[in-house]
Unconditional design. Structure first.
Length: 326
């Protein structure tokens, strides 16, 4: 079996093809497994309505990725990041959507593709769409939602760094290639490091991976810090939630009052009230599906009960005698 022929000019050009197959990454009948790309996983992934996600990265042959001192992976022009969303108990487990994040000479561009009914190809949906989906969460509850495929502008809300689109998931401390999914006839992706490699981020739901605080911080980094950082779209909130880059104090939410009064605080005084998760409006927002209250603002229409339970336990175990809570 030979490797597929990627249309590199199409990848790096300005066009947005109507069909996913036009890029030439190769297709698979049992889901989308681009044969010209490497599979990768995240130790702690973003929650998206309990969707199962398949992730792949394509880097042009002969290119390498540079890892900055903070762990940010700087992928070369011509790179494509793939993320497919599906549910094992919906539509035979076939993906509903595959998002591409493509690095072009002009910067990164996000292209969402919705899979056709026959599952043979996917169609570009720049305007986004709502797709009816029914699935069961881990606790056995059945959910029927209108899954939100984001439009091009909504992609920018999360993938914004200093006002431009950038990857947010594959930071080296949260990133691992899956060797069993290496592409046909392709050499391994080469990484060059600036400084020492940052320590690996723990898996949020594995008690053996780290303390409650470490796992809670990893969860907040992945689910919140793409906006809540000094260069993100929520920088004016003064709430910064990166895993190891932000000190644990008021700006991390501990004893932090609302930036602006409104429904988002639920009448509570602090984002994180040590020892009191029931009166921490961070929890209130994470456990809400009201569009005017819920955080994150996009990307979910259900509550991640397990993630909220981890954060509740973390806050409940914080000492109440001062700011040094972690």
């Amino acid at each position: 079996m030979t490797a597929p022929t990627v249309d590199q000019a199409l990848v790096e050009g300005e066009a947005s093809p109507q069909k996913l197959s036009e890029f030439g990454f190769g297709m698979a009948a049992d889901g989308y497994r681009p044969a010209a790309a490497f599979g990768y996983t995240l130790r702690t992934p973003l929650f998206s309505d309990y969707a199962a996600k398949d992730r792949y990265v394509y880097v042009p042959h002969g290119s390498s990725a540079r890892v900055a001192a903070d762990g940010t992976i700087e992928f070369p022009v011509g790179t494509v990041l793939f993320k497919s969303f599906g549910w094992p108990d919906h539509n035979g487990g076939r993906p509903v959507e595959t998002r591409l994040l493509i690095h072009r000479n002009t910067g990164w561009v996000a292209l969402p593709y919705i899979w056709d009914t026959d599952g043979k190809d996917a169609t570009l949906a720049l305007g986004g769409r709502r797709v009816p989906v029914t699935f069961k969460s881990p606790d056995g509850e059945t959910h029927s939602i209108r899954y939100a495929v984001p439009n091009k502008n909504q992609c920018k809300e999360c993938h914004s760094k200093n006002g431009v689109i950038a990857p947010i998931g594959p930071k080296v401390q949260n990133f691992a290639l899956t060797a069993e999914r290496r592409p046909l006839q392709a050499p391994p992706i080469r990484f060059s490091y600036v400084g020492a490699r940052p320590p690996a981020m723990p898996q949020w739901d594995d008690p053996k991976a780290g303390s409650i605080a470490d796992r809670a911080r990893a969860y907040l980094d992945v689910n919140c810090a793409h906006c809540h950082n000094p260069a993100g779209s929520a920088s004016n909130s003064g709430l910064f939630l990166r895993w190891t880059d932000d000190p644990t104090g008021v700006n991390y939410g501990i004893g932090k009052r609302p930036t602006a009064a409104g429904r988002g605080s639920g009448g509570m005084d602090f984002a994180i009230a040590p020892g009191d998760p029931a009166h921490s409006f961070m929890i209130y927002r994470l456990e809400s599906t009201d569009p005017g209250i819920a955080m994150p603002e996009v990307g979910r229409s259900t509550v991640h009960k397990e993630g909220a339970a981890l954060l509740r336990q973390w806050i409940a175990e914080m000492p109440t005698g001062g700011q040094k809570a972690l």
